[in-house]
Design a protein around this ligand. Structure first.
Ligand code: ATP
Ligand code: MG
Length: 363
């Protein structure tokens, strides 16, 4: 098993190293050898030194590994001459067609909880965000809006049968897998099919794919109602699938219900590879201070192991993912994981060491 490793900038380096240490311990305990790594230099720091945002040949090498793991990239103080931030990872998304953006959202005891209702302790859902087309298509593909004239600007909401079919199949499979693990396994199609032809098409393809997954319960929600429901009764949802910009907005909303940036894991998955990273950035305001919460990166490593279990047909990798997820659960439950991010006393290293202990002692 080979992992392309891009540690990147700021706290990205620390949290990536923490995640790899936890991943290796979990693999060891499931009898799996440590992965091989291809470490690729990239990011704002690398750009400052070399004038390149990723090392020569780095993108190709990333595609040769079984998966890509990334810490965080970009520093506001170091930019391209035209003022844009250093972001080679967005090219990786394009290059490898990473259409399925996976954002788990889960409430942990003793982590910030914005809703007073006790049922909020049961929030445990996944937002699946299409990541290569939708309403971000203009920005991603054209790098600009479609300017019509001096008085009007248009962007495009693009839904293709090919990508949407893959997205919905991914969503149904995910719901099914979650049911096997004791979740409700219900899939909700979030759209605005009553207003947009493109999103009626999105729902039509959902219904076509649904016929292949008769065992998966489904629901439908318009995106505005979904925003309301995510605040009113988020515990009623399991897997939510939606186009790009809706997913961008609702995944932040849902993430905000249950914790800080340091808990938000993220996977971006395509036909041939997947890129896994914490949803947060390089956090220059706390870099080098041992304050960053490494759990988002660690939970992203667990997502990567789940992905690799299926890709490489190695169920023991999913066991390793379960070990990590279970250790995070136990750690919060027993109040031995107290990240500084939530006002606790544990910095990056202390949280990581506690996780290593929990993973090591959980079998
Ligand atoms: P990007 O543009 O790359 O998304 P950003 O400007 O949105 O970056 P982040 O780097 O994600 O910003 O940081 C936003 C805020 O959240 C900062 O105050 C940062 O310190 C905090 N933060 C981000 N990640 C963590 C973490 N893992 N642990 C603790 N605090 C974090
Ligand atoms: Mg951000």
């Amino acid at each position: 098993m080979k992992i392309a490793l891009i540690k990147g900038d700021g706290i990205g380096v620390d949290v990536a190293e923490a995640a790899i240490a936890v991943l290796e311990t979990a693999l060891k305990h499931t009898g799996e050898p440590a992965p091989r790594y291809d470490e690729i230099q990239a990011g704002a720091g690398y750009f400052k030194e070399t004038g390149l945002d990723i090392e020569d040949g780095g993108e190709e090498r990333a595609g040769l590994a079984d998966a890509i793991f990334l810490g965080a990239i970009g520093l506001p103080s170091i930019r391209h001459a035209n003022g844009t931030e250093i972001s080679p990872h967005l090219r990786l998304r394009d290059r490898f067609g990473l259409y399925a953006g996976v954002r788990p959202v889960k409430a942990y005891p003793n982590a910030p909880q914005r809703l007073a209702d006790p049922r909020a302790a049961g929030i445990d859902l996944v937002i699946l965000r299409e990541s290569t087309e939708g309403l971000f298509y203009s920005a991603a593909a054209h790098k600009r809006s479609l300017v019509v004239n001096d008085d009007e600007v248009q962007d495009v909401l693009r839904i293709t049968r090919k990508t949407t079919t893959k997205l919905h199949r991914f969503a149904f499979n995910l719901a099914r897998k979650r049911r096997e693990r004791g979740h409700p396994g219900k899939l909700t199609c979030v759209d605005k099919a009553n207003v947009f032809t493109s999103l009626a098409f999105f729902r039509q393809i959902f219904d076509e794919v649904k016929s292949e997954f008769a065992d998966v319960p489904v629901g439908y929600n318009y995106v505005d109602a979904q925003a309301l429901d995510l605040v009113r009764k988020p515990w009623e949802f399991d897997v939510l699938v939606m186009e790009n910009m809706f997913g961008d907005i609702l995944s932040d909303l849902a993430g905000g219900l249950v914790g800080g940036m340091g808990m938000a894991a993220c996977g971006e998955i395509g036909d041939t590879t997947g890129l896994f990273q914490p949803a947060h950035g390089s956090a220059p305001d706390i870099m080098g201070e041992d304050k960053a919460n490494p759990l988002a990166a660690i939970l992203s490593a667990a997502l990567m192991l789940d992905y690799l279990a299926e890709k490489l047909d190695k169920p023991s990798l999913a066991d390793a993912a379960d070990l990590i997820n279970g250790a995070v659960d136990t750690g919060f439950q027993e109040n031995v994981l107290r990240p500084m991010e939530f006002g606790g006393d544990m910095g990056t290293r202390a949280v990581t060491n506690q996780l290593l202990t929990l993973v090591g002692s959980s079998i």
